[in-house]
Design a protein. Structure first.
Lengths: 115, 111
């Protein structure tokens, strides 16, 4: 069974600084997707960024980028120029490429932005 | 924009009551999911459905059942609510192999 681990329950960063959230996962499959989801205090979960395992290039979305290390089964999220609106719970998630479409989530990291 | 709505944001029920949580999506998605969110555990899949009247057990189906009579609606049923089912419940939907879109969540308290 696949597992996802986020070892940082809480993180904080000064506004405008850069922060990196860690995620490791375990799977025996070679093709899969990895995601970072954001859940602001209003609770609507939204997708931040997605990485296909077969792509070597790290995904980027504006101020958000990932460091995908397939051999190490590591998938960290870097947030540059942190803004107050980035404060949220962040979840790392895994999904198989084919078959059942369920997401396997990590425990979450609560990110606080200090003004 | 994709919209996933859930019938209640907050719900308080008594032990032993039958509880219905409803989820509706407006984008004709085939797949729908029910997750439970607990602090320190992340989200865990309860049930999912990939078509009308079809359902599959997730990782923690015990104590729950689901119903999908129409494509846009996926209901989670707690046959006899217990205090250990106090949690946040999140519904999601997706089109085939595309990303999942989440509803706002229902905070259920069972007393």
């Amino acid at each position: 069974a696949q597992t996802v681990t986020q070892s940082q329950p809480e993180m904080s960063v000064q506004e405008a600084e850069t922060v990196t959230l860690s995620c490791t996962y375990d799977t025996s499959e070679s093709d899969y997707y990895l995601f970072w989801y954001k859940q602001p205090p209003s609770r609507q979960m939204i997708l931040v960024i997605r990485q296909e395992a077969y792509k070597q290039q790290n995904a980027t979305e504006n101020r958000f980028s990932v460091n995908f290390q397939k051999a190490a089964k590591s998938f960290s999220l870097k947030i540059s120029d942190s803004q107050l609106g980035d404060a949220a719970m962040y979840f790392c998630a895994y999904r198989r490429l084919k078959g059942a479409q369920k997401l396997v989530f990590g425990q979450g990291t609560r990110l606080t932005i200090n003004p | 924009d994709v919209k996933v709505t859930q019938s209640s944001r907050y719900l308080v029920k008594r032990t032993g009551e039958k509880v219905f949580l409803e989820c509706v999506q407006d984008m004709d998605h085939e797949n729908m999911f029910w997750y439970r969110q607990d602090p320190g555990l992340g989200l865990r899949l309860i049930y999912f459905s990939y078509d009308v009247k079809m359902k599959e057990k997730g990782d923690i189906p015990e104590g729950y059942s689901v119903s999908r009579e129409k494509k846009e609606r996926f209901s989670l049923i707690l046959e006899s609510a217990s205090t250990n089912q106090t949690s946040m419940y999140l519904c999601a939907s997706s089109f085939k192999f595309h990303e999942q879109y989440f509803g706002p969540g229902t905070r259920l308290t069972v007393t």
